[in-house]
Design a protein around this ligand. Sequence first.
Ligand code: PGA
Length: 256
Amino acid sequence: MTRQAIVAANWKMNGDSALVDTMVSGLADIKLSSHVDVVICPSFPYLSELNQKIKAAKLNEAIHVGSQNVSEHESGAFTGEISTAMLKDLAINYVIVGHSERRSIYKETSTQVAKKVHAALNAGLTPILCIGESEAERATGETETVLSAQIQPVIDDIGIDKFIDVVIAYEPVWAIGTGKTASSAMAQETHQFIRQFLAQQNELVSDKVPLLYGGSVNAANCEELFAQTDIDGGLIGGASLKAEQFKIICSAAKGK
Ligand code: PGA
């Protein structure tokens, strides 16, 4: 069995229609290994435009569009929120959930993140669940405790069997947007811990779930990171805004 590799672009609150066009034309001749999916996550206003332009340009069918967030609620009086049904209506199939900026700036708790994963799976969306420790937590040796405490509420909510349809993105908070990437050895060690944590509850799930690394991944360091046994691709912020760099990163991913 080959585990799928995924390279996801997180544009955050950046980009515009011009970037949509640049990215679509920039990815026209992309070469991807088999068992690789690419997911581009622009801000809400560009989801539909990007999706339609990708289809109109007949880009590689492994290139998908994802949302950066979704509400845990089905519908109703939640001003400013977006539902899973709306994403499905726009033919979006992936959603980033629990990014560290959502957790730290918008105070999303692991329980709320678990509800979002649940809502996404119920709607047939693939959630990309973000987890990661802060610099202080790593320094005090709490990394594994923090990561377990971020994953377990999701398992408690959806059940370990359904976790087979979840993607995890491990993003050490201190490596996001800072240019300070975790060394490939440190990233591998942490990914191995995450896989073992899942294996204790279900080995099949642990073999199948793609574990992405995120935090200052770029065209120069992606190859070494993606070569690690338990790293199945990446969640890319800054470098995903440049089509040339992003293309190199996508081409470095391989299913394992
Ligand atoms: P970065 O962001 O690649 O700019 O560090 C990654 C992320 O936040 O997903």
